[in-house]
Write a protein that binds this ligand. Structure first.
Ligand code: ATR
Length: 286
């Protein structure tokens, strides 16, 4: 029997959305509205074009209008923190918020990017992270969230490699209390990396339209490793294609996007996210 679907907007409809600049490219509204409908939740999710100058007022608007939940994207993930009542431990460590929960007028900031990534990685590859040796390419905002969430899985070590070596070392030092971590420059990678179980690209290298670019030399990739990319346009980057050719298990970036939204949905509604339909909705929009 077909499940009853909530489709009506009425005076009880809960409001959700995403703040960003630019924002019209966002696939979150498609994905989250489909999730509300599938789960039978009376909610609507829309995209708000909020500039940096407007951010403070936009957050005041969450309170004034009673928005139930908001995602925050580029360029507001750091700046928004000062306007919230509480920052969850993970978001504090990462230094960025992508999800706001309005809990009876208390605005709480979370970061679901890294945990979304790890949930996607585990569910899609079955990888055992406990005791594993991990290599992260990049040391920017995305790398921070992913490194934090991976560190929570008790790996043996995390190596960060980055074009700007200083940033890799800073991130490794920040992770120090959680995990054995070291940072290195690209030039050191081939000689000192040894064997790793997982290599993840957190940079934009290889993203459309620069689809021929590789974030690391392909020689690093050897059979049995898992290679993971947070890029989902294209779905299979050159990095993943080269990894597959060399006998690695590959994991693309679509799942990270789906699961960061799934966690937000679950924090807001207390209901398990309809993952499969969310993924299908985004895939169809690509
Ligand atoms: P994000 O929030 O997406 O992580 P970011 O904080 O600007 O964005 O970080 C981008 C990361 O990709 C950085 O690690 C950056 O390296 P630098 O720290 O040296 O800038 C890396 N990156 C981006 N483009 C790159 C390129 N063409 N070559 C090498 N690294 C690149």
């Amino acid at each position: 029997m077909e499940k009853e679907k909530q489709g009506k907007i009425d005076s009880h409809t809960g409001l959700y959305g995403v703040f960003g600049d630019p924002i019209r490219h966002s696939r979150s509204p498609l994905m989250l509205n489909q999730a509300f409908q599938e789960a039978g939740i009376n909610g609507v999710y829309t995209a708000f074009h909020v500039t940096s100058e407007q951010l403070k007022d936009a957050v005041a608007g969450i309170r004034a209008l009673g928005l139930r939940g908001v995602n925050v994207t580029i360029p507001h993930k750091v700046d928004v923190m000062q306007y919230l009542d509480e920052i969850h431990e993970g978001a504090q460590f990462i230094g960025a918020v992508n999800t706001i929960v309005n809990d009876k007028d208390r605005l709480i900031g979370y970061n679901t990017d890294g945990i979304g990534y790890v949930r996607s990685l585990k569910e899609e590859t079955g990888i055992e992270l406990r005791g594993a040796k991990l290599l992260i390419i990049g040391a920017g905002g995305a790398a921070r969230g992913i490194a934090y969430a991976l560190a929570k899985e008790a790996p043996a070590s995390i190596t960060i490699v980055n074009r700007t070596k200083d940033k890799a070392e800073q991130l490794a030092a920040h992770l120090g209390p959680l995990v054995s971590a070291r940072g290195m420059g690209m030039d050191e990678l081939e000689n000192s990396i040894g064997s790793v179980d997982l290599v993840v690209n957190t940079t934009s290298i290889g993203m459309h339209p620069n689809v021929d670019e590789l974030p690391i030399p392909a020689s690093i990739l050897t059979a049995g490793m898992t290679a993971s990319d947070i890029i989902y346009n294209p779905l299979t980057t050159r990095f993943l294609a080269e990894a597959k050719d060399r006998g690695c298990l590959i994991h693309g970036g679509l799942g990270m996007f789906v699961y960061q939204g799934a966690y937000a949905f679950e924090y807001w509604t207390g209901t398990a996210a309809p993952i499969a339909i969310m993924r299908e909705t985004v895939l169809q929009s690509l």
